[in-house]
Design a protein around this ligand. Structure first.
Ligand code: URA
Length: 433
């Protein structure tokens, strides 16, 4: 088999065999296929697409390119959730303890912030002492005893994705449904859970800005999961506005704590409940309205928050910060962003909100850059709110050395104003279960 012939075939839009896909994935992971041929292959896939069968074969070959986590030693139903990435999306910090408090086993591997989107690992690391790098044995033990653990992806999990993702990033081949679906699902399959719920974000702050494209991505990923024998579902949720009011790592942890105590923002609470209920349904615990009410009760009766404290303690975090979020250090400086006009906020360019928080130091411009755990934004106004000129739109938090001017400009540009009360889009567009 020759890579050259595989490239010719994909260039003509022909369907590749399982063996050809495996030849590419294995060859590229081992370094036998060079970056220039892999780049040509990625571009051909972007332009010509892949069938569902090709996409499933690609995902499985990628998942098997490194270690596959074996969760069979864990008693009970193992569950995992994954968000395609958003701004202010701290739902994992809420959903995982809820599920563990209901007896499910959540073994979650998460990532760091990517571009304008935040990452669960960065958020957790803002809790003093919280360790996100557990050895496999300690990770499995934590899941077995506490019911949940969240760690960063370990060394040799899906090496094919690590190489391909880095190449896609620099060859303009990120936006392709088969490539995004295989990248995400290969990591979910390798992480081993029996039930997988995908939170596919749609709108101005998501990687997929268009609802129809988000639907296609969600369906493709659900098909892959089911093809691989996992109970898989998806919710398509709105990222046309930030979720909750907090953007930035410790600020988001504080908001997640409030939500687990039943005092969180309505949108964040609702999406978190729907996600947790979706996983209850996939795992066969309960369905529909009953699942929704069970999850809600876990927040009301304090069990979800108690489980969150247990999780933080089990991973070495200082629980006193969770009990009393006022203990989180404040960023060196704060500034208020004032409205330069009067009117209703019609919508927000949510990607710009994410970019503004990166500009304040909450995210990275480049891989490996340090971040400021206390930097970020607390929105005071969101779509649907009426604002007077000079009123506070948001508060910005940043370090002494940061000039907030760029972030202020970016964030102000994110707001779109008008004279009429706007129609607010739904929080959940579709559920694929
Ligand atoms: N997240 C991933 O893990 N992979 C992609 O391709 C896009 C988002």
């Amino acid at each position: 088999m020759r890579m050259y012939d595989i490239l010719q075939k994909k260039k003509r839009g022909e369907v590749l065999s399982r063996e050809e896909i495996r030849f590419f994935v294995e060859g590229y992971t081992k370094g036998e296929i060079p970056d220039y041929q892999a780049s040509a292959w990625l571009m051909a896939v972007c332009l010509k697409g892949m069938t569902d069968r090709e996409t499933a074969d690609l995902t499985i070959a990628m998942a098997q390119s490194g270690d596959m986590l074996d969760l069979s030693s864990i008693e009970g139903v193992t569950v995992d959730k994954h968000s395609t990435g958003g701004v202010g999306d701290k739902t994992s910090l809420i959903v995982i303890p809820i599920l563990a408090s209901l007896g499910l086993k959540a073994a979650k591997m998460s990532g760091r912030g990517l571009g304008h989107t935040g990452g669960t690992i960065d958020k957790l690391e803002s809790i003093p002492g919280f360790c996100t790098e557990l050895k496999q044995e300690a990770f499995l033990k934590a899941v077995q005893t506490t019911g949940a653990a969240i760690v960063s992806q370990t060394g040799n999990l899906v090496p094919a994705d690590k190489k391909l993702y880095a190449l896609r990033d620099v060859t303009a081949t990120v936006e392709s449904i088969p490539l995004i679906a295989s990248s995400i699902m290969s990591k979910k399959l390798a992480a081993g859970a029996q039930c997988i719920l995908l939170d596919v974000k749609t709108g101005s702050g998501a990687f997929m800005k268009d609802l129809e494209e988000s639907r296609k991505l969600a369906r493709t990923m659900v098909e892959i999961g089911r093809h691989a024998g996992r109970k898989t579902g998806a919710l398509i949720t709105d990222m046309g506005r930030p979720l909750g009011y907090a953007i930035g790592n410790s600020l988001e942890v504080i908001e997640a704590c409030e939500t687990l105590r039943g005092k969180g923002p309505i949108d964040l609470t609702e999406v978190s409940i729907r996600l947790a209920a979706g996983l209850l349904e996939l795992s066969g615990f309960s369905k529909g309205e009953e699942a929704y009410e069970r999850v809600k009760l876990q927040i009301q009766n304090g069990q979800a928050f108690a489980k969150w404290k247990e999780m933080v303690m089990a991973q070495g975090g200082d629980v006193s910060f969770i009990e009393n979020p006022d203990k989180f250090p404040k960023a060196d400086k704060t500034a208020s962003l004032l409205s330069d006009r009067e009117g209703y906020i019609l919508s927000m360019d949510t990607e710009k909100c994410g970019v503004a928080s990166v500009e304040l130091g909450a995210g990275r411009e480049r891989k490996g850059d340090p971040i400021d755990p206390y930097a970020g934004i607390l929105l005071r106004k969101k779509p649907g709110d009426f604002v007077r000129k000079g009123e506070i739109l948001a508060e910005l938090f940043f370090a002494e050395k940061v000039n907030p001017a760029a972030a202020e400009k970016t964030l102000l540009e994110a707001y779109r104003f008008g004279d009429a009360v706007p129609a607010i889009p739904p929080l959940v567009y579709e559920s694929i279960m």
